[in-house]
Design a protein around this ligand. Structure first.
Ligand code: HEC
Ligand code: HEC
Length: 363
């Protein structure tokens, strides 16, 4: 697949000239030179998609699904479209609500007929960068991922025939598909391509942290948040899995780890082991991003931790012991003041999302 590579994103995506310039200047602060203020004034100004916000790499786009404004517009509409579900009650946005950090504010997802899944709805903020999707990484692209909930009997419970029939009766959609794909034909493949294209615009960056770390605003962070960042990188070792480098800060290593979450439930979820069938992957889940983390409570793959304070306490205890726990999980012995500094830092990761991401379609 075109967007997969073993090189770090920045190697693939940054213009060579910019990289050379950076090497000379060296260090984290230099990214501002490439991305400027981080935010494009408007999407209508020619370049599409607009450059990503400060602190993020360029979004990888698969060759077989190029981004166009028409496809984004259709995808946005479909993301909020309840008629995509069998009984017209559930949309993607029912479980991924913009105002709840693109999660749903509940422990589990709730699908058609009130059916409850057993996993927490992860944010889809910056999912555009993920090599694999779902907590256990079972999908390899946003396109492939979107087919899951649409067809899942406990989520939207629909199929291609239902969708092409339902949407096909609406002139608005026939016209939108024609604009996005060149003809009125409505297929599942086109639906997921449009939704994935919209998801590639749901980016969160340009947070206070980004302005402090990558930009030149040295007063953007409070002293407590600065101390929190030091703990994040130092004593807490959070950065081992929630990556920050000198070019961008994805806050995930895209890998799978066992923190012991859910090991007190019977039976604990196998996690990554279910996909790879390897015993060493038991209880491992994908590291989620921490951007906009204040909004997407409750936390973890099973939604078992309600607040960020409790997440910090969980790490402080070294997670929950089990035979396969990650070697980086150790009791941290944080002072009370250190816990509150770390929390301040996490709060600084709320982004300044652009309008395209959060606005519900008006019709
Ligand atoms: C009933 C609630 C529900 C609905 C409806 C729903 N999702 Fe999800 N979504 C979830 C849950 C729960 C997960 C995690 C499931 C897992 O990992 O096994 C998830 C995972 C995801 C992920 C993976 C994110 C990541 O980083 O791994 C993406 C992307 C996503 N959903 C997009 C969508 C789209 C697009 C739609 C509409 C076509 C949709 N979802 C509909 C609950 C829902
Ligand atoms: C060994 C890798 C690793 C380390 C070290 C680590 N994390 Fe995590 N983090 C993860 C993984 C994996 C998850 C999801 C685990 C799950 O659901 O079972 C996670 C989940 C989280 C969540 C919840 C995110 C969500 O959307 O549900 C927060 C908040 C968080 N980590 C913060 C931190 C902080 C703060 C530290 C340092 C004290 C830290 N992490 C250290 C890998 C790590």
């Amino acid at each position: 697949m075109a967007m997969k590579s073993h090189h770090p994103l920045r190697e693939r995506l940054m213009p060579k000239k910019a990289r050379l310039g950076l090497a000379v200047i060296c260090g984290g602060i230099a990214i501002a030179l490439i991305f400027g203020s981080g935010f494009p004034a408007s999407a209508g100004g020619g370049e599409f998609p607009p450059p990503p916000p400060l602190g993020l790499d360029e979004v990888p786009v698969p060759e077989n699904n190029p981004m166009t404004p028409e496809k984004v517009a259709l995808g946005r509409r479909l993301f909020f479209e309840k008629r995509l579900s069998r009984d017209a009650t559930v949309a993607c946005a029912s479980c991924h609500m913009p105002r709840r950090g693109f999660s749903n504010g509940r422990q589990y997802g709730i699908g058609i007929g009130g059916r409850i899944g057993l996993r927490n709805a992860p944010t889809i903020i910056n999912a555009a960068y993920n090599d694999t999707l779902f907590w256990d990484g079972r999908a390899k692209s946003l396109e492939e991922q979107a087919k899951g909930p649409i067809q899942h009997p406990a989520e939207m419970g629909a199929n291609e025939i239902h969708i092409s029939k339902t949407l096909g009766t609406l002139p608005f959609y026939r016209e939108s598909f024609r604009r996005a794909f060149g003809s009125e034909k409505i297929t599942l493949d086109r639906v997921v391509k449009a939704i994935a294209t919209f998801e590639r615009t749901i980016l969160s960056g340009n947070s206070l942290f980004d302005r402090w770390f990558f930009g030149s605003d040295k007063s953007a962070l409070t002293p407590a948040a600065v101390r929190g960042f030091k703990l994040f990188r130092g004593k807490g070792n959070c950065v081992k899995c929630h990556l920050v480098d000198s070019f961008s800060a994805p806050f995930t290593d895209q890998k799978f780890h066992n923190l012991g979450v859910g090991f007190d439930s019977r039976p604990p979820h196998p996690g990554r082991e279910k996909i790879t069938r390897r015993a060493q992957d038991k209880g491992k889940f994908k590291t989620p991003t921490l951007r906009d983390i204040t909004k997407s409570m409750p936390y973890m793959h099973d939604g078992s931790i309600k607040t960020l304070e409790e997440v910090i306490d969980y790490y402080d205890r070294g997670g929950l012991a089990n035979p396969n726990i990650d070697p980086d999980m150790k009791p941290l012995k944080f002072l009370k003041s250190e816990k509150s500094d770390l929390l301040e830092f996490l709060k600084s990761l709320d982004g300044s999302p652009s309008k395209i991401q959060t606005k519900r379609p008006s019709h």
